[in-house]
Write a protein that binds this ligand. Sequence first.
Ligand SMILES: *[C@@H]1O[C@H](CO)[C@@H](O)[C@H](O)[C@H]1NC(C)=O
Ligand SMILES: *[C@@H]1O[C@H](CO)[C@@H](O)[C@H](O)[C@H]1NC(C)=O
Ligand SMILES: *[C@@H]1O[C@H](CO)[C@@H](O)[C@H](O)[C@H]1NC(C)=O
Ligand SMILES: *[C@@H]1O[C@H](CO)[C@@H](O)[C@H](O)[C@H]1NC(C)=O
Ligand SMILES: *[C@@H]1O[C@H](CO)[C@@H](O)[C@H](O)[C@H]1NC(C)=O
Length: 348
Amino acid sequence: MELSTLIVSFFCFCSLITSGALGSAHHHHSRGHPTKLFVFGDSYADTGNVRKALANSWKAPYGITFPGKPAGRFSDGRVLTDYVAKSLGLKTPVAYAWRDAGVKKLRYGMNFAFGGSGVFDTLADLLPNMTTQIDFFENLFNESVYTKWDVQSSVVLVTLSGNDYAAYLEKGGTIQGLQGFIPRVVNQLALNLRRISEFGPRKIVVAALQPLGCLPRMTQLTSFQQCNDTENTAVQFHNLLLRQAVAGLNNETRRNHIFVLDLYDSFTTVLDRKNDTKGKLKFESPLKPCCVGTCAGCSCGSVDAKGTKLYTVCSDPKSSFFWDSSHPTQAGWRAVYTNLKSTLEQFF
Ligand SMILES: *[C@@H]1O[C@H](CO)[C@@H](O)[C@H](O)[C@H]1NC(C)=O
Ligand SMILES: *[C@@H]1O[C@H](CO)[C@@H](O)[C@H](O)[C@H]1NC(C)=O
Ligand SMILES: *[C@@H]1O[C@H](CO)[C@@H](O)[C@H](O)[C@H]1NC(C)=O
Ligand SMILES: *[C@@H]1O[C@H](CO)[C@@H](O)[C@H](O)[C@H]1NC(C)=O
Ligand SMILES: *[C@@H]1O[C@H](CO)[C@@H](O)[C@H](O)[C@H]1NC(C)=O
């Protein structure tokens, strides 16, 4: 199996760490609007960090809705980072890989998320784990590309969407063994959140795990009819531990500055809404992805040696919730975000 297929089909549970700027009252500037967004995580947040040779996100038909061509997002268009930035009144922060594009590009913050990554190593040296992503940030901070003030007036978004679990199962781990592995993943995530918190951002938004058992890569076994409850039960355990860890961190620092973005609830709400008539938030067959590979081992974006497409794309991505085997469409993200918007804005 080619590498790009591997990343897109197995490492698509993306993690999103949304950390927000800290709102501590003793920083006089903290009352103003956040001025920057820093992002750590995986494909649910990546806006172009993974190298072109490694990922389908740089191949057609990715990006057909926005920006109109493949640009490194794992969707037909905008992803969670874009919606969070917008709600803060900011432009989408530049991807770390494109940081040399000019000083002006740095002003909205930076996105260090790499599709396919986790808190632990998923694809060895090819994808920086979250610790390394935070090192990249620390380097720029040490080099005074960003100042203490910049960080104190920023929000951080963190996504962690399941690549650690996919890698664990790929390496022969069992679903039973997952019960022991989940606490290790959450503990490492909590360490990362603590480290990010020590830089002093105003708020940190961390994504809960979405219902992995409802991703097309799982539901294809039932012709996209049914979610896998075994997987979703494991996801709920992860989310429970994450909530406890975040409550502990918030209590310890006495600043209620870390917020869990409930992607589980939000995905489930949208996926269950198929019969309600709320126009734009309704998806006809919500578990069925828009773009699918047409041979064993093919995925959205695959081509053969002659360049012939080995995938099909639906006629209207706006009518699909899922884009490929693991990622929402732009319309899907928009619906998910619409559900979360008011609680998130209250938190900011
Ligand atoms: C993250 O990657 C670095 C560099 O490869 C490695 O040294 C470190 O052990 C990794 N951290 C974790 C938590 O896996
Ligand atoms: C940044 O500077 C601190 C203090 O000098 C140092 O401990 C740390 O290792 C530096 N970080 C990186 C990623 O080089
Ligand atoms: C659900 O997922 C588990 C773990 O990946 C798997 O063992 C099981 O066969 C799946 N069940 C169904 C009905 O697909
Ligand atoms: C919060 O921290 C205090 C002191 O560190 C501790 O006594 C208390 O039990 C903690 N509360 C919770 C809900 O963790
Ligand atoms: C939802 O709509 C479908 C098709 O219109 C119908 O078959 C199904 O029974 C409906 N489900 C509910 C819960 O109303």
